[in-house]
Design a protein around this ligand. Sequence first.
Ligand code: ZN
Length: 549
Amino acid sequence: MVVGMLLYFFIINYWLKWRFRDKERLGIMARGKRKRDKKWMWVAKPGDKIVVSRTAILPSKQLSRRDFKVLEEILNIYSRMLGDVLSHASRNIIESYYRLKNGRYRVLRNIYPNMPSHYIHGLCQDAVERVSSFRRNRARQYSREIFDELVRHLGLGKKDLRGRRLARYLWRRSWEIARHQVDLEMMEGKLVPRINSVSLWLVDDHVWKPIDATKININGVVNTFFTSVAINTHRGWMRIDLEPSKEFYKLLARGFKPTSHAKIKLDRRSRRVLFHLSLEKEIEIYRPGNIKPIDVNENSAATLYEAFAVILETDLTKTTLGYSYRKESIQRRNGSCSREARKAMEKLREGKKKRDYRMKTANMIVRDALRMRGVIVIERISGEDIRVMIARYRDKQLRHRIYQSALKGELNAIIDKAREYGMPVLMVDPRNKSKICPIHKAIIEYGEDRIGICSKGGEKWHREVVALINLYFKALEALYEGSAQKGFGDPSLDGSPMPLGSTTTHEPIEIPRSLWGRWKSLDDHRDVIASLWIKKQSNPKQININDNQ
Ligand SMILES: [Zn+2]
């Protein structure tokens, strides 16, 4: 990819700043610091009312040929309109629904007079969403290429990138260049979002409505239930009967209410539609009585369970590496784009397995936090932080794959689950998270493995335990300040035991994936956790067995 002038400008700019870094206190670094001053951030704050949304997929009964044909027609018209609107929105980089609608409404009405007018509302939302996600994804992709190019041009090695500042600076520059490049190419029409699949967006009751809506009462919550809908087409209203779906009932039972947003996908093989219904639940974030720190990294998710530090091993690095080796061997055997290769790749089902582990750990931890009415505490992590962290990995592909899936995915899964239960979530500044001893505030010196020694007190610490306790203290600070300022509830926590005993500090309980993989909650298996603990006490030499470093 040609970055040309821009790249040159930034390299020179970068070099100048790097070269004279000691002579003038660097402007860039100062800016970075100011931004990181904020010590914590509420993702979900106690007392806040939030809206959580979910989608239920309701398959319809088989449609008559005539009805299905009408739907196919309307989807074709919709696709044509979408192509039209999308290229306009992309060339002008419109990411505002109102701006797009105001600009295109008249034009579309004139070209497609038979189409019910409210389809245009959904259409514009659809297009805006496509444009902004396309723009973001492309910029992400370009910024990786530019980063690698910068590193190559500057002749930087692995050692140079170990410093967070430099890597962070390079990523920031790469991202800026990438944004610019993407915008230029979009405006010139070189980059246009491709339309791979289209679903019909129905955003209000002018285009669809439930027919047999009945009020039902589940667990004291009044909700709406229906099994058939009417859809406004260019040939008038059409009735579609839906199959009862477990997913839908479950969401209703959990208090989610149907909204007026829906999407329709056609299932040509069995001549039916898939009705994607959006449901929402308004919920108030509860006031916490406890703190639940969670430390996620590439290979594990750690948390406090009662008096123990528990580490759920996810081994995502190993899993990802394993997959990438297996993929390589498939490609060597079958060529990179043959049908056999594609089939074999699908069989690996990498994404699905990872999502599964992620959902499981998130579920377990969040359920445990709910039991003790805790506030979830995680480190604040931005895309940039993750990129810096994984710049350590030499294998480029692995680096990117981990970046995409593991960390942010895991944190997002936790946040998403927590929000549904109305659980407060606090993000704290991760600086020195595992470097400073929580008791002596002195630096902990780590050797080869994950166990370090406090430079002042001389006691042993396990990296993850330090992180958990530091997160805990940071959260405590946030809660106290919050309550002093706004008086929201009393943060008098019900004295959750802190694992500050002399042995616990360097001996978390590591639970391998083979064990927790079938668990539903930590609390159901407290015996197992306790026995792991006892085993460790009687056989302390095994502590380091799981260190990957
Ligand atoms: Zn210490």
